[in-house]
Design a protein around this ligand. Structure first.
Ligand SMILES: NC(=O)c1ccc[n+]([C@@H]2O[C@H](COP(=O)([O-])OP(=O)(O)OC[C@H]3O[C@@H](n4cnc5c(N)ncnc54)[C@H](OP(=O)(O)O)[C@@H]3O)[C@@H](O)[C@H]2O)c1
Length: 276
């Protein structure tokens, strides 16, 4: 059956979700679970590339809610309540609202929608912009049917990795995976800088370092050995790698990463208490 998916707020994240689904629908035209996609964005010009990709442009948030069964809300957190109010007349028990807004609780979403339809919280990370995101989905609303949960897992699974988490784990997810690209880019920056120090051009160094991360990530995905084992495999006795790794161990890189994630988690919990 065709799934009707709409998005209100088609900026970076909403646009990436619609574009990813449109790409997927184009690649799997023959499959039964095709998507009918629509969207609305305040600044109309942002809809142009999405329209070219097959997304139907709607004249208002209300029209999105009328024409979709799964309604993704991807406006900024402070705009969320107003947008839910706008589309409220088209909501009913057969629609589902999916918010990607950081720090907006299921409780608030349900309240703004007068508890008329199920609500879902979703937390993506920025690699979603290139079709390789990790999405946390909170499917705890008792109004959600089994079929609807499966449809949502399937839909977000097409955009990257999708994990189902209880809402109480959302801050931890944000601290580890939402913030994660910042930790990875910081490590990449250090390695690119060392490449330049050793005489490579910046462009060469960046190209090699990004390939290094992609290749290492693929190895960690495909080889179930403990990460310490994968690391030790690179360290020949008396060789150059162990000389470098000794410096990282002395500086406590692993402990630093743990501290960084715990600090982000503590800050996230504080923000969640204040409502974003
Ligand atoms: N970007 C990320 O990596 C990321 C990660 C996790 C969660 N999120 C969440 O995703 C949401 C969107 O973030 P973003 O980075 O994609 O921001 P963004 O690029 O600014 O996108 C928000 C879009 O919403 C549009 N908009 C504002 N009010 C609207 C309304 N009443 N009706 C329709 N469209 C409206 C804006 O239109 P204009 O073009 O007119 O400004 C803009 O295009 C946020 O809630 C954020 O917490 C983002």
């Amino acid at each position: 059956m065709t799934m009707r998916i709409g998005c209100v707020g088609c900026g970076n994240m909403g646009g990436a979700i619609l574009a990813g689904l449109a790409r997927n629908a184009e690649q799997n035209r023959d499959q039964a679970d095709a998507y009918a996609l629509c969207g609305y964005n305040r600044t109309a010009s942002r809809m142009r590339p999405l329209e070219e990709a097959g997304v139907q442009v709607m004249p208002s948030p209300l029209a999105v809610a009328e024409n979709a069964d799964i309604i993704v809300l991807a406006v900024k957190p402070y705009q969320m309540q107003e947008v839910v109010k706008e589309l409220r007349p088209a909501l009913n028990k057969d629609k589902v609202l999916v918010s990607v807004a950081a720090g907006i609780s299921l409780h608030n979403l349900a309240q703004w929608a007068d508890a008329i339809c199920p609500v879902v919280r979703c937390m993506p990370n920025t690699p979603a912009l290139v079709g390789m995101g990790v999405f946390a989905l909170c499917l705890e609303d008792p109004k959600l049917s089994h079929d609807c949960k499966q449809s949502l897992l399937q839909m977000f699974g097409k955009l990257g990795q999708c994990v189902e988490l209880p809402e109480e784990k959302f801050t931890a997810f944000s601290a580890l995976i939402g913030a994660g690209p910042a930790y990875v880019f910081a490590m990449m920056q250090g390695l690119v800088q060392s490449g330049v120090t050793l005489g490579f051009t910046h462009a060469q160094s960046r190209q090699m370092v990004t390939a290094l991360f992609a290749g290492s990530a693929r190895m960690a995905q495909e080889d179930a050995s403990p990460l310490g084992q994968l690391r030790d495999n690179v360290c020949s006795p008396g060789g150059l790698t162990i000389a470098g790794v000794n410096v990282l161990d002395r500086a406590g890189l692993t402990g630093l990463l743990v501290d960084a994630v715990l600090a982000a988690d503590a800050r996230g919990a504080e923000m969640e208490r204040k409502g974003g």
